[in-house]
Ligand binder design. Structure first.
Ligand code: SF4
Length: 67
């Protein structure tokens, strides 16, 4: 199963929590986060899920791709 990360960048407040808990997240020069990869595997799901749960504005969603 693969998962797709959907992020509402406009809502990101640049707190850095996602990048602190998961290597797949980095802060951009505009001080908003972005996922390095937007399609992730089962193995990569755990920390990305943590990032989504940590996010204070809940702008990260993880969806199943069905594959
Ligand atoms: S945790 Fe949420 S608000 Fe904070 S930097 Fe990451 S995406 Fe932005």
């Amino acid at each position: 199963m693969k998962y797709k990360i959907v992020m509402k960048r406009a809502d990101c407040i640049g707190c850095g929590a996602c990048s602190a808990v998961c290597d797949n997240w980095e802060m951009n020069s505009d001080n908003k986060a972005r996922p390095k990869q937007s399609t992730i595997s089962e193995e990569e799901l755990k920390c990305n899920k943590e990032a989504a749960e940590m996010c204070p504005v809940k702008c990260i969603q993880i969806k199943k791709t069905g594959k």
